[in-house]
Design a protein around this ligand. Structure first.
Ligand code: F6P
Length: 540
């Protein structure tokens, strides 16, 4: 149900009005135990949200909203395989992909677990065959280079995770990812490939996505030109829900890895879409990733809202977005290995919850997903943090850091953490002109009168810090599942179907219409003057 029209929402609005511009530094001054009061721990994860602009009263009201919006009821509908993706008539069962227990998981009357286990075993055998050199290319040489061709959910999850787990990568095998229709993407990868050692994975849920199909056709032509048509069987495998289309493309069904329509594209890294990742890190590590996600599933379903990490992140986002008016959230991993996490979460969060119509077909009465963007620390500090500190906008920030490094050089990690913690402190506390003129600033005294306003930091910028023990396959699984459940919970709170994505269709349709015009095969009559002008210019 829509949380918006409930008394819990009104109560939160009243609390927001009363809270006004209360400064975080005052909240900390009033409560020496603020960290203890506003932080949660769960299996190697610490979530510190004490630097959010909330009070105990606000948090309690958010917890009430959770129940009033009937989030637990939608959780159980998801778990029991109901068609909660109602606009596409599909269940949402990606959790089954990491379910290790013996209990069945039903979609309708069908227990999906035998298929899930069969596919994991097939992936395991395939990885072993490649790693041990049992699978050979057409010339008898072992495969040394994997190229995953996919886009969106068929690219971002495995690519982000393979990058994140660089420290766990299998030796002697290189994995690259090609997604963009821009020839620069495929060409630059092929430049470093030798046909005899290269295996392509064509990954597409639908097996109709234009970019992926075009790249696959071009990769196939590159291979056939070097090794002949018969080589395709040894150098191409495919991952899809559409086995017929795989066969039509000319890939042997034996070399196909199936998944199912109850797995959303952006939730599919746990399925055979993760094959490139499993090849990059080994199946044992891939199973650890699944185990981490399963641990988070158990936490999400068992923990009360007061102690629930995904629920807390979702409720804080509702508070910041709908009551404080934030339009954006900066994601700031202090981990170079997580450099692709912002991109992955952009799809997960914005494709899922960037909606303006609710589950009942009515216009949404409140703002939905904020714009997610970000960059690793400390790099971002030297680029855009200036605006977060002094640009005057409300930008809730999310810091992610690890207590132990995944790569170790003397003294680097303590410095990295010092920056991470210093940034959230600076954003919270700020620096006002009295402090500067009182000599708290290290600026030369002569500059103070004229430069004080420029050196003022208003602070009061809310942030959350997620501190994990270490980055490994298990904790990455926990982290991804944490965000998946947060996205689901936000959909429930906003009464949005988080699992369709009709907003991507219009551009695709128009591109199909414009292509023949750009290629000079169709007249540009009847389209707007700007688009016509651009096409005409491109045709020169
Ligand atoms: O265009 C958006 C989208 O449908 C995403 O939701 C999806 O992850 C991506 O395209 C790729 O789709 P597919 O896996 O079917 O190629």
């Amino acid at each position: 149900m829509t949380a918006k029209n409930t008394s819990a929402w009104t109560e939160l609005q009243n609390l927001a009005d009363a809270f006004g511009g209360t400064h975080l530094r005052d909240l900390f001054a009033r409560d020496a135990q603020r960290f203890e009061h506003f932080s949660l721990r769960y299996e190697g994860m610490l979530l510190d949200f004490s630097k959010q602009r909330i009070t105990s009263e606000i948090l309690a009201a958010l917890h009430t909203l959770w129940h009033v919006a009937e989030v637990p009821a939608l959780m159980s509908s998801m778990r029991t395989g109901e068609l909660i993706n109602q606009t596409e008539g599909r269940a949402v069962m990606h959790m089954a992909l990491r379910h290790s227990g013996a209990e069945p998981r039903y979609v309708g009357r069908n227990d999906v677990m035998p298929d899930v286990r069969r596919m994991l075993n097939k992936m395991e055998k395939f990885c072993a065959d490649i790693h041990l050199g049992r699978w050979r290319g057409a010339t008898g040489e072992p495969i040394r280079h994997i190229v995953n061709i996919g886009i969106g959910g068929s690219d971002l999850g495995p690519k982000m995770a393979a990058r994140a787990l660089t420290a766990n990568r299998a030796k002697n095998i290189r994995v690259d990812f090609v997604s963009n229709i821009d020839a620069a993407d495929l060409s630059s990868v092929l430049e470093n490939c030798t046909p005899a050692n290269t295996l392509f994975i064509v990954a597409s849920k639908t097996f109709t996505t234009q970019e992926t199909m075009r790249n696959a056709v071009s990769a196939r032509a590159w291979l056939v030109a070097a090794l002949g048509e018969a080589a395709v069987a040894k150098h191409f495998v495919a991952v899809s829900t559409n086995l017929k289309a795989i066969a039509a493309f000319g890939i042997d069904p034996e070399n196909s890895f199936e998944f199912w329509d109850w797995v959303g594209g952006r939730f599919s890294v746990w399925s055979a879409i993760g094959l490139s990742l499993a090849l990059a890190i080994g199946m044992e590590n891939f199973r650890q990733l699944l185990a981490g996600a399963e641990a988070m599933d158990k936490h999400f379903f068992a923990a009360p809202v007061e102690k629930n990490l995904p629920a807390t992140l979702a409720l804080l986002e509702v508070w910041n977005t709908n009551f404080l008016g934030a339009q954006t959230r900066a994601l700031l991993p202090y981990s170079q290995s997580l450099e692709l996490l912002p991109r992955f979460l952009q799809q997960l969060e914005m494709e899922s919850n960037g909606k303006h119509i609710d589950r009942d077909g009515n216009p949404l009465q409140c703002a939905s997903a904020p714009i997610v963007w970000g960059e690793t620390g400390t790099n971002g500090q030297h680029a855009f943090y200036q605006l977060i500190h002094q640009g005057g906008r409300l930008i809730p920030c999310e810091f992610i850091a690890f207590i132990e490094p995944d790569f170790d050089l003397p003294e680097h990690h303590a410095m990295l953490l010092s920056h991470c913690f210093a940034q959230s402190e600076a954003l919270m506390i700020g620096k006002i002109s009295e402090e500067i003129s009182n000599g708290v600033s290290s600026a030369p005294t002569g500059e103070i009168p004229s430069l004080a306003p420029y050196k003022t930091f208003l602070g009061n910028q809310p942030s959350t810090t997620l501190l994990l023990d270490r980055l490994n396959p298990f904790s990455l699984g926990q982290l991804i599942a944490l965000y998946e459940h947060k996205v689901f919970a936000l959909g429930a709170l906003w009464n949005i179907n988080s699992f369709d994505q009709f907003g991507v269709e219009l551009g695709k349709q128009l591109a199909s219409r414009l292509l023949p015009m750009i290629e000079g095969r169709a007249s540009i009559e009847g389209i707007d003057s700007s688009t016509a002008g651009l096409i005409a210019a491109s045709r020169k």
